[in-house]
Design a protein around this ligand. Structure first.
Ligand code: TRP
Ligand code: ZN
Length: 882
């Protein structure tokens, strides 16, 4: 970047706003080639001091006029920059009405922040700092105001005009135009403002709250999608009920709207009473959406709804506090999903994401605490750390306090801070005050980045019948902290006797809770001695993944098999199997590098054979147990990852299991066939998941031809899950000519459906058989691709770089260079998306040469460009620091 270097802003520099905005009136005049925005703000100085200028944020705006108390302010009294409007203190009284008119061009807005157009409709995205692209304003979350919004537009093109709160007026106007006016009685920060104008259809339902209020629920979509709204509506009603039952939180308006838009940078946005969703996170019916999509919709609808309390009623003081709302809300949606589906499987899914992607982020150059101390561009901090690790930290508080005291704590937090903009400290304090528990040391989780490593050694004393566990913790140096303080780690464990039952935990140490099996680890090194242990136990460590840490303990293969068969903790039964398979694959990868012959470990073979011998009572668990650790997870296990050796080793294991056990896979497949009508219920999903996993192994083998079965499932499926799984099985198999025909037919069948076409694109981008970047470029050149649509960019570019690790890490580095070019191309259009695409390259230090250095060169190519966005600049420069 050759021009002025973007600067970091610091939490320690936080200052309360010098002005407050009591009420905000906004008038939007929407036209096809521009929009006029008029704001009328009732404002007041907060400090009593007259000395401060009125500083307002603003970006990409054309200022038409500014006046105070109806007096036009002339240019000599204000200063305009690319990012602000500053009005001289001398013309700003202590209480006043500020009125500003700006002109903006939504149709040219490809960054998708502020007001923009998506397939012909107007919509907004203001979090985190998009509102400043609409008008000059105090664009910070601690400035809260009530809003009244009037929208005017052509009635034929934009029959539906929506904003936050209640509709208080609607009028037909001259020239075919019309207007609506909305009033939101709840104070809110401007990042929760929203506006939508379009030609939309909706479905409608109602919900009666626990105190008897009726709420009208609507989901607005483009007309062709009206048959894809029912599931999200059901999810919304289930979430509303759950939040009443589990948190005592009631909805606070008589209207709740959801709108689906195609061009959206993230999943969805919790704007007050007007949630805006990426269409991929809300639209579904059995014919077009897979089970995974149904589950994603269930949790995202819940997530955005839950924000109404954790985020909207109680919001963030500043963006450093982002995890206050996101970590807590992810914890809430995760518990919701666990309650309505399989708790253990939900835990496995969450932990898998954390241990592959979040741990990798935390081991890389963008590592940051869940309460960061500084940032250059806040959009870069909507990370797995803020969201998923943030949720794990809330989960630990939940587990330390217990469900009852946690509920007392959340009640106190909501009661104390309703209507306020607060910090993570307020949250922790409420939890402490309500429970009487001291969380002083626990707070280190908020300030220190990095994943703690826990080293465990043990000693069994035969004569004393005692068992000693020594637990050491360390955490590597991260950008913000050199010398780490020890974490308070709630470490749940069990000790299994030789029958596989848990010993009662008898330990003189007051830090052990014998009821829950939680050991409170608080020092760098501690030894816990358990008594009345008759024979050497098998330890089941970190049950339920009770803390976001890496555990190092030298398990024997037999111990892992014993845990798989006997552990009372479902998560650890699964995890034992994963560790077993991981050890086998890591060791095979050494054989690959040494050029030795590869031989499958018989222990792992036996485990798979026995897992396939019958249908288990929990089929979802069975499918999880039969899944090998992902390549991304394996890469995460090595400091200098040998991607190709890992890929080869993993493929060998998969291939050998498929070759030797294809009969058994086929047997389980047959037992899971189900001719009933499609339902996205947990049981039905579990059955399909297991069936389709078997189909993957079946199409892998050369010892028998199962392609006919895949073909038949593809042709005859009555739902997308089965059709798409069959297609995926073929695409990733050696039946390549069948795969090509099926891909072609699938496209012909679904080309009218944008979301299905995106799945089709991403299946090809992730295919084992795609031949490098030339083939990915063919996808980019396909009619169905559009670089301005983030879902399409994700489907092709992100999927190739983040999921097709074998080909992305091709030996010649062409994948990296190709990605650098895509990032540069996108940065000019949509910096948020460009910056996210950079993620895979930032991990260069942990990829073994020659690949790691080639990745670094791709980053340098980006860094050499002038006019990079703040977003890409921050990620690239931080990644290149040695
Ligand atoms: N608050 C949103 C959520 O529920 C995140 C979000 C949606 C977002 N759109 C965004 C963040 C655009 C930054 C930019 O998680
Ligand atoms: Zn959120």
């Amino acid at each position: 970047m050759k021009n002025a270097e973007p600067k970091a802003i610091y939490l320690k520099d936080y200052q309360a706003p010098a002005f407050e905005i009591e009420s905000t009136y906004l008038n939007f005049d929407l036209y096809d080639d521009y929009t006029l925005v008029t704001s009328i703000l009732k404002m007041r100085r907060t400090t009593g001091l007259d000395a401060e200028n009125l500083f307002l944020n603003g970006q990409d705006l054309e200022l038409r006029s500014v006046s105070i108390n109806d007096e036009v302010i002339s240019g000599e009294y204000y200063e305009l920059t690319d990012e602000s409007l500053s009005i001289a203190a001398s013309v700003v009284p202590s209480e006043f009405t500020l009125s500003i008119q700006t002109k903006i061009k939504p149709q040219e807005n490809t960054a998708l922040e502020g007001l923009y157009k998506s397939s012909g409709m107007f919509c907004t995205q203001c979090e985190a700092e998009g509102f400043r692209r609409i008008t000059y304003f105090l664009d910070r979350p601690d400035v809260m105001s009530v809003y009244e919004v009037r929208i005017t537009a052509d009635k034929k093109a934009y029959p539906v005009l929506l904003s936050n709160g209640n509709l208080i007026d609607a009028q037909d106007l001259e020239g075919g135009r019309h207007s609506t006016t909305w009033q939101d009685p709840h104070k809110k920060p401007c990042y929760l403002f929203a506006l939508v104008a379009g030609d939309l259809k909706h479905i409608e339902d109602t919900f009666t709250t626990m105190s008897g209020e009726n709420v009208t629920l609507r989901i607005f979509v483009e007309p062709q999608n009206i048959d894809k709204c029912d599931f999200a509506m059901g999810a919304l009603k289930r979430s509303m009920k759950w939040d009443e039952e589990v948190y005592g939180r009631e909805y606070d308006l008589n209207i709740f709207n959801i709108v689906a838009v195609d061009a959206f940078n993230m999943g969805a946005m919790e704007n007050k009473s007007l949630n805006i969703f990426n269409s991929s996170c809300v639209l579904a019916n059995p014919k077009t959406a897979t089970d995974a999509t149904f589950q994603r919709i269930e949790s995202i609808v819940a997530h955005e709804y839950f924000h109404n309390w954790s985020g909207n009623r109680v919001t963030c003081r500043d963006w450093f506090q982002l995890s206050l709302k996101e970590g807590f809300t992810v914890f809430r949606d995760s518990e919701y999903s666990a309650d309505i589906g399989s708790r253990t499987v939900k835990r496995i899914e969450d932990v898998s994401l954390l241990r592959t992607a979040q741990f990798a982020e935390d081991a890389g150059p963008m590592s940051h605490p869940i309460l960061p101390a500084s940032f250059i561009e806040i959009s870069n901090f909507y990370t797995l750390t803020i969201y998923e690790k943030g949720a794990e930290v809330v989960r630990m508080i939940h587990n330390i306090l217990g469900a009852q005291d946690f509920r007392k704590g959340s009640d106190l937090y909501f009661a104390r801070h309703d209507g306020q903009a607060v910090t993570t400290e307020h949250f922790v304090k409420a939890m402490e005050d309500a429970s009487g528990k001291d969380l002083t040391q626990f707070r280190n989780w908020y300030h220190q980045a990095g994943t703690p490593e826990i080293f465990i050694t043990d000693h069994y004393d035969e004569s004393a019948k005692s068992y000693a566990l020594t637990i050491k913790q360390t955490c590597r140096e991260t950008p913000e902290t050199k010398e780490k303080k020890p974490y308070h780690i709630p470490f749940e464990l069990g000790l299994l006797n030789d029958k596989g039952d848990d010993y009662p935990l008898i330990c003189k140490n007051s830090k052990v809770n014998s009821e829950t099996g939680v050991v409170n680890v608080t020092k760098f090194e501690e030894t816990f001695v358990f008594e009345n242990i008759d024979t050497k136990p098998v330890p089941s460590l970190l049950r339920g993944f009770s803390a976001p840490v890496r555990v190092r303990y030298a398990y024997e293969a037999e111990q892992l098999q014993f845990l798989m068969a006997n552990d009372s903790d479902g998560f650890n039964r699964w995890d034992a199997g994963q560790t077993l398979a991981t050890n086998v694959i890591l060791s095979l990868s050494q054989d690959v590098l040494a050029g030795r012959e590869l031989v499958l470990d018989e222990g792992l073979f036996n485990v798979y054979q026995s897992l396939l011998s019958t249908l288990m009572s929990d089929l979802a668990m069975q499918a999880q147990m039969l899944s090998l650790p992902s390549l991304a997870y394996l890469i995460e296990q090595q400091d200098q990852a040998q991607v190709h050796a890992l890929y080869t080793a993993r493929s060998f294991v998969k291939q050998t299991l498929a070759d030797r056990l294809h009969d058994s896979f086929s047997n389980v497949y047959q037992q899971c066939l189900d001719s009933r009508e499609y339902e996205p219920s947990p049981d039905a999903i579990a059955k399909r998941t297991l069936k389709n996993l078997c189909l993957q192994y079946m199409t892998q083998t050369h010892n028998h031809d199962y392609s006919g079965i895949a073909q038949q499932q593809f042709d005859q499926a009555n739902n997308m899950t089965d059709q798409f799984s069959a297609l995926g099985a073929l695409v990733n198999s050696h039946h390549q000519s069948l795969a090509q025909t099926a891909l072609q037919r699938f496209y012909e069948q679904w080309q009218h459906d944008v979301l299905v076409v995106n799945m089709w694109l991403s299946l090809q981008a992730s295919s084992d058989h795609i031949e490098g970047v030339a083939a990915v470029n063919e996808l980019l050149n396909h009619d169905a691709f559009d670089i301005k649509n983030p879902n399409k960019v994700r489907a092709v570019v992100s999927v190739f770089a983040a999921q097709n690790l074998r080909h992305f890490h091709g030996a010649d580095g062409s994948g990296y260079n190709w990605l650098a070019d895509r990032i540069i191309e996108l940065d000019a259009l949509n910096p948020q998306i460009a910056s996210r695409l950079t993620g895979p390259l930032t991990k260069w230090k942990r990829i073994a040469p020659p690949n790691g250095p080639l990745m670094m060169q791709a980053l340098e190519k980006i860094a050499a460009r002038s006019n990079l966005s703040k977003d890409v600049y921050e990620v690239v420069t931080k990644s290149l620091v040695s």
